[in-house]
Design a protein around this ligand. Structure first.
Ligand code: SMO
Length: 763
């Protein structure tokens, strides 16, 4: 079937996107709407002694200026901490209040302090500039090492020593003992650099309020309207979720950052209720750099034990991470529940432990970014395995192959307590090496053009799919139009294509008859989560499979009546029911028409993660005079269990690689260590990867079906961003290894590489 599962069906939404007819939040307008602008803290840390908005209130078009005091008076709550864990020593981690507008003090640069609402966007901006903040500067800390120092300024009284959380995974004492008993211990310290999410469409929100019913509506770019409603509304307004409808139209990128609730979403709702008018807010790019949650940012020390036969014995990881100045919804998730369980990667390491200390720091709150903790884990293990191979004088692929979990060991519970259901890591690695012409690399390296060449491998595995439910509804209207309701949200992934493809194949209906609806809490869904952790095709796809099965079951019964046959004699094939051996048949759409429409409901629960994995191979050429790096070749072979649409899938992998190489080569958020000011506040100062920085990617799959979900799928959305950083850095270190360089921290900017080369030459 030309539009069936497994076919490279072209993305149906792209016509809309590339012709400029997408409909994003900023394209949606309401009668009588007013414009909001957020006044943000110009300092990283300070006592907020007052907000003088008197002059600003008199300016043309100004409708209102709200401060933290106003919100307190009106009983507005705080942004929720969704992930709250216990300290390893016992006791809950503190959750200092995160007010939508600062109260009493500011703890991060760009923190919302006042909300100006005016008739026009320009009037709101001009009035915002006239709001005078009385802030008494306090010393700032921008990284965990400084934040944990004895004399560090204290951000929150609830968190003495700026300690947000001290957490451990696995048994530290047992791991230390195993390392002590090991034949050899390889040690590595890495910085996983802080990066911005840089979604193409910045955040936004429109708040509406119906004074008669007391119902709110929020229109906002998000990764799931239901998630935003669940986490935002009750926490801020103390009202039941049903009083808020959340609508998410087209979204230009989320990457984890739009999965969480933000102060501005609460502010537009608050202002809409106060003013009785729709209130809209649109972030600028400059605000995005300051106030979107940021990603990664760990300082980790790892020790890997080996026995005399080079088999891994134990792995100990100690990590320090910041959570920023306020605790975001999943602010501690990445370096705790997400990353550490994946610390051993694809290797047999019997004993694994991670110790994590998370600090409050005076900068943007931290949260999920494509992979959300799993890229950090993959980077660390793939870097230290490479380093171990170099120390032992072994080929990195040989040390990997020796220690990789074998297919016959599946399902395998790792030393970090996670059970992998399937995978053939060594075979996938071999295929990738073949595709990358690994064997031919020495000849390429020998080219006499003055460049230093290197090849690097990163084998990632990740756990996708936050356990939980997802619903789907398939409606076949009497006129033959098919509507698919799902709760997961496309932020560019191509859901309108993949869900249509699945529905078209199962129902035998042409894809152009099928419309996918998403992004509205008023949809008739039995349950809905959203798009995080590469879960849409596993969870949403699972729900859709149940929903199409349900609608076919109902149609089957109706068809049997129409065909005057026993249902057991009726078969379904190519969109029609027929009775074998007779000429009696009736099309599904005709059945639906005669029944006045049919509806199928699917409610799917997936409790076990899926484990996509694969080999990234990167080949680089370093110019020793300038330190600049060219990626000459990039090859990936992934195990995604089962492919729904290879074209959409490649797009996911390509984007992920670009973000992964971006982090490894160019990107770094820099705050001034003394003032806490942001030094990388625009794309003039922050290196985002461009097409010219990247080669063509060679991407293939070698799939081992997932055994824990009915579709056999392993989530694919984040994979590219996870495998790329270690492959790239390992390649650069390989290029520079003849100079004795064994370690380099991301991002490998020309300056940093040049410095390392110069130091190696003189040292
Ligand atoms: S970084 Mo994702 O939306 O779990």
């Amino acid at each position: 079937m030309k539009f069936g599962v497994g076919q490279p069906f072209r993305r149906v939404e792209d016509q809309r996107f590339i012709t400029g007819t997408g409909r994003y939040t900023d394209d949606i307008h309401y009668d009588g709407e007013a414009y909001g602008f957020v006044v943000r803290s110009p300092v990283a840390h300070g006592l907020l002694n007052g907000v003088d908005a008197e002059a600003a209130r008199e300016m043309p078009g100004v409708l209102a200026i709200y401060t933290g005091d106003d919100l307190a008076t009106d009983g507005i709550g705080t942004l929720p901490a969704v992930i709250v864990l216990d300290h390893v020593e016992g006791g809950r981690m503190p959750t200092p209040p995160y007010h939508p507008l600062a109260q009493g003090k500011v703890t991060y640069l760009g923190q919302p302090v006042a909300f100006v609402v005016a008739e026009s966007a320009l009037q709101a901006l001009e009035a915002a500039e006239a709001v005078m903040l009385n802030i008494e500067d306090l010393p700032a800390v921008v990284d965990p090492v400084a934040a944990f120092a004895d004399d560090a300024p204290q951000l929150h009284p609830e968190a003495p020593g700026n300690l947000a959380l001290h957490w451990a995974h696995g048994d530290v004492a047992t791991t230390e003992a195993a390392l002590k008993a090991s034949h050899r211990v390889v040690e590595l310290e890495v910085v996983n650099n802080r990066i911005v999410v840089a979604s193409m469409e910045p955040r936004n929100a429109i708040g509406l309020y119906d004074g008669e019913t007391g119902d709110f509506t929020l229109v906002t770019g998000s990764q799931g309207s239901h998630m935003i409603r669940a986490w935002l509304f009750e926490a801020l307004f103390g009202l039941p979720a049903e009083k808020l409808r959340v609508i998410t139209p087209d979204v230009g990128g989320g990457f984890g950052m739009k999965a969480i609730p933000y102060p501005e979403q609460g502010l537009v709702l608050y202002a809409a209720r106060k003013l009785g008018r729709p209130v809209r807010w649109q972030s600028t790019r400059a605000e995005a750099f300051l106030s979107d949650t940021q990603g990664r940012d760990n300082l980790s020390r790892a020790r890997l034990g080996l026995d005399a036969d080079n088999r891994f014995t134990a792995l100990m990881v100690e990590t320090m991470a910041p959570c920023g100045g306020a605790l975001s919804a999943f602010g501690v998730y990445c370096p705790t529940l997400s990353g550490p369980p994946m610390a051993p990667g694809v290797y047999r390491i019997p004993i694994v432990a991670t110790d994590v200390r998370i600090a409050y720091t005076n900068n943007a709150p931290m949260d999920a970014y494509r992979g959300a903790g799993r890229p950090e884990a993959a980077y660390l293990i793939e870097r230290i395995v490479d380093k171990a191979a170099r120390q032992l004088g072994l080929a990195p692929e040989a040390l990997r192959a020796l220690n990789m979990i074998a297919p016959e060991e599946m399902p395998h519970t790792t030393g970090a307590g996670v059970t992998y259901d399937s995978g053939d890591f060594a075979a996938v690695m071999r295929t990738a090496m073949q595709a990358a012409d690994w064997a031919g690399f020495p000849a390429r390296r020998a080219q006499a053009d003055g460049l230093m060449r290197g090849i690097g491998l990163g084998y990632y595995i990740e756990r996708t799919g936050v356990p939980g439910k997802e619903g789907a509804v398939v409606e076949i209207a009497a006129d033959g139009a098919v509507t698919v309701h799902v709760g997961t949200q496309s932020t560019g992934q191509g859901h309108e294509t993949t869900y249509v493809q699945m529905t078209a194949e199962t129902l035998g209906i042409p894809p152009e008859r099928i419309t996918v609806k998403t992004g509205d809490t008023d949809q008739p869904l039995p349950s809905a989560g959203g798009t995080v952790a590469s879960r849409s095709m596993v969870h949403g796809g699972g729900a859709l499979r149940l929903a199409t099965g349900d609608v076919l079951g109902k149609a089957h019964a109706e068809a049997a009546k129409l065909l005057d046959s026993d249902p057991r004699e009726v078969e379904f094939e190519d969109g029609a029911f027929h009775v074998p051996g007779t000429n009696r048949h009736v099309g599904l759409l005709e059945v639906a028409a005669k029944a006045g429409g049919l509806t199928g409901i699917g409610d799917f629960e997936q409790l076990i993660g899926t484990f996509p994995n694969g080999a990234h191979i990167c080949e680089v050429a370093v110019d020793p005079d300038t330190g600049s790096i060219t990626v000459e070749r990039y090859t990936v072979v992934d195990d995604f269990g089962r492919v729904l649409n290879p074209l959409v899938l490649s797009g996911q992998v390509h984007g992920g690689i670009a973000q992964g190489i971006g982090q490894a080569m160019l990107e770094r958020v820099v705050y001034d260590a003394d003032s806490g000011q942001l030094l990388s506040g625009s794309f003039m100062d922050y290196g985002i990867p461009r097409a010219e920085d990247l080669p063509f990617f060679e991407v293939a799959t070698q799939n081992v079906p997932c055994t824990t979900n009915p579709l056999g799928i392993k989530g694919a959305g984040e994979a590219g961003a996870i495998g790329a950083p270690p492959a790239f850095v390992n390649a650069v270190i390989d290029a520079l290894s003849s100079l004795g360089i064994t370690e380099l921290d991301m991002p490998l900017t020309p300056f940093r590489v040049w410095e390392a080369i110069e130091a190696a030459k003189t040292g």
